[in-house]
Write a protein that binds this ligand. Sequence first.
Ligand code: NAD
Length: 381
Amino acid sequence: MNPLTVGVRREDEPGERRVALTPDGVGRLVAAGMTVVVESDAGTAAWFDNNSYAEAGAELVTTGELYDRADVVLSIGLVPPERLRAGQAVVGMFAPLRQPGYAADLAARGVTMVSVDGVPRTLSRAQTMDALTSQANIAGYKAVLVAANAYERFFPLLITAAGTARPAEVLVLGAGVAGLQAIGTARRLGAVVRAYDVRPAARGEVESLGAAFVELASVADARGEGGYARALAEDEQQAQQRELAEQVARHDVVITTAQVPGRRPPLLVTADAVKAMKPGSVVVDLAASPLGGNVAGSEPGRTVVTGNGVTVIGADNLPATMPTAASAAYSRNITALLLHLVRDGALAVDTGDEIQAGVVVTHGGAVVHAGVARLLERTTS
Ligand code: NAD
């Protein structure tokens, strides 16, 4: 039987510097009996050069050869559908619940789509495959560095002959994976940190990192399903915004990370709240998206200084700004997933398996993921 050929593509989105598989990942797949072909310069922007792939046992190929030869294409972002052919599989972070049209396109072409962001997150045997977590961790860490860089004072308490600098007061809104990493990083830089989340379980986690938990009277508990938050009702959201505005105004730096699955990010910091902040304050919105973010007026990839001197930074793909660490983690995740999916040298699709039911989106010419199929039915009916 021919060994499975795994292809590693060079990402082509502007600003995307990560690569799906590092040389370390190549070694693991080769050891498992797979052939690995790598598009020339696929890892160069993440500081993994062509030689390091060759030394790990991969073959460097042109773009055309990559798509011709690969049985499975490993990616981070969307692969142009016209590159792919029937019977081929593609693995990446495709957010099919947000962009179901891409899944429909790949299904029509007979391509098997595996989206690693569908890994069931609370299943302990799937934790090594959880790319959403590995990348959110990086985003939370980098958000603090971005904020510290834009904040034109110190984060720690400094007592010097030239005077005493008080520590920065940092507020983290949303204490999931990215928020908790932001809390830890801001604490390590010496800031005084407070954090808020709508899930009561977050309190213990926030406090264990040495931050204070901010309690709001308006929304005490908005637990949703699967460990996520639920969307707030309109009146709850307005009450939350009013209460948060007072907190926001008291802080020098605000980092927002709140997300609700399948919804646009909730607006936590209104334009009035930003207006009430002190000049020199900094806001980093990790939830900034084309649909809006957690902060009024934030846009991904844009930094705005408001009339009252507040720097509002719309974060845009922060994991891609730490491509070496982000690729190493993603490569571990995707290698673990691939080894789970491959039996006897071929992809063994079995949506009866809990992990596969989450990640296999299209197969055999159809959309097989229940949630994505439902979404497509709704949009076409
Ligand atoms: P996420 O990216 O969906 O959201 C980030 C945070 O925003 C969440 O903590 C959420 O509660 C919060 N949020 C949503 N709406 C809000 C609002 N209006 N105001 C304030 N905060 C709001 O979440 P995530 O970081 O992916 O993590 C979600 C959950 O999954 C967490 O409980 C996390 O600990 C859990 N998780 C568990 C595992 C595991 O067990 N291996 C792995 C990953 C995540």
